[in-house]
Design a protein around this ligand. Structure first.
Ligand code: ATP
Length: 323
């Protein structure tokens, strides 16, 4: 492998830039030529491919988003689209690809490298932390910290008014942002898709705490929870406890932006460096993750969305600490 391309695909996440930087600089260190592919797979199809130099990735390690932009490409689902993408890579002489994205992006990479002889390495980049084969994903730690900062602020005002706040965080089908941010901010209840939500029991406990005059002020709910989210939880609580001053706050896209945390920069740098190493060693069609602080390789077709088990112990801790 002498010429490699790097792209970001699917939803963006903070730390993607740090990963791009690591891929570019490690590639250049090994005397490779490195190309940046704009807007994910769409840039491969549209031949939006630019040579990268050391300076191209200067001053980006601390920035959220992705300098290469990201997109969801409909054309890449079609054989014609992928053929066009391959022809463009050939034109530039690109013979290896690093794809930073989620499981959908890995499915695309897997399909592409099955059809054409281009080794692909995937790096998990998503705030949701929902990919099998990695304890971390690039962006999760930053997203959680952003959520914590916001929830702490909400807590101040909730406390001042004796209000109950229902705060909805991102994560799609995964509850990690909710679980981690809820624990770290001392939420009374954390509602996540991985565990059954007994909403009536939640209301019972609010009632009981009210009787004890405990100031109840926060419920954190994952957007993918079976209740349907914060507004749905609000309407249930309103029915049974109409006298409570209950408000909803949906944190939304602020969780996807901002300067990456130290942990995300470290993970991104380590994974970006490893991706080039793997291409040099002739490894292909794998996702590189980190498990137990070691690099961990997963075949791209196994790097799927995964509900990692949330330990019973954590749920017990949440209950005890919020009592
Ligand atoms: P996120 O989880 O953050 O949304 P993702 O990588 O899962 O990221 P997707 O939109 O699912 O996001 O996938 C990104 C792109 O990968 C798609 O827009 C498409 O171009 C390509 N892709 C996904 N699945 C396939 C597939 N089965 N065949 C070909 N290309 C695919």
């Amino acid at each position: 492998v002498h010429k490699i391309g790097v792209l970001t695909s699917g939803g963006d996440s903070p730390g993607m830039n740090a990963a791009i930087r690591a891929v570019v600089r490690t590639g250049l260190y090994h005397n490779m030529e490195v190309f940046g592919i704009m807007r994910g797979y769409q840039g491969m199809i549209d031949d939006d491919i630019v040579p990268m130099h050391s300076r191209s990735v200067a001053n980006i390690i601390q920035r959220g988003g992705t300098i290469l932009k990201t997109a969801r490409s409909k054309d890449f689902y079609t054989p014609e689209g992928r053929k066009k993408a391959y022809d463009n890579l050939k034109k530039h002489g690109i013979d290896g690809l690093v794809v930073i994205g989620g499981d959908g992006s890995f499915r695309g990479a897997q399909k592409f490298s099955n059809e054409f002889d281009i080794p692909c390495i995937g790096l998990p980049g998503t705030i949701d932390k929902d990919i099998a084969g990695s304890d971390f994903t690039i962006g999760f730690d930053t997203a959680v910290n952003t959520a914590i900062e916001a929830i702490d602020k909400i807590r101040d005002t909730a406390d001042a008014h004796d209000r109950l706040f229902i705060i909805e965080v991102m994560g799609r089908d995964a509850g990690y942002i909710a679980l981690h941010s809820g624990i770290a901010t001392g939420a009374e209840h954390i509602l996540i898709p991985e565990t059954k939500t007994d909403i009536e029991a939640v209301v019972d406990s609010l009632e009981e705490k009210e009787r004890r005059k405990k100031l109840v002020n926060m419920i954190v709910v994952a957007e993918g929870d079976e209740t349907g989210g914060a507004n749905e939880v609000l309407s249930i609580i309103k029915k049974r406890l109409p006298h409570l001053d209950t408000r909803v706050c949906i944190l939304g896209h602020i969780q996807r932006g901002g300067s990456p945390s130290c942990l995300d920069r470290l993970i991104a740098s380590r994974l970006g460096y490893a991706a080039v190493d793997c291409l040099l060693e002739g490894k292909h069609n794998i996702m590189i993750g980190i498990m137990n602080n070691k690099l961990h390789f997963t075949a791209l077709d196994k790097a799927v969305k995964a509900k990692q088990r949330i330990s019973e112990e954590w749920m017990k801790i949440v209950k005890i600490l919020a009592s």
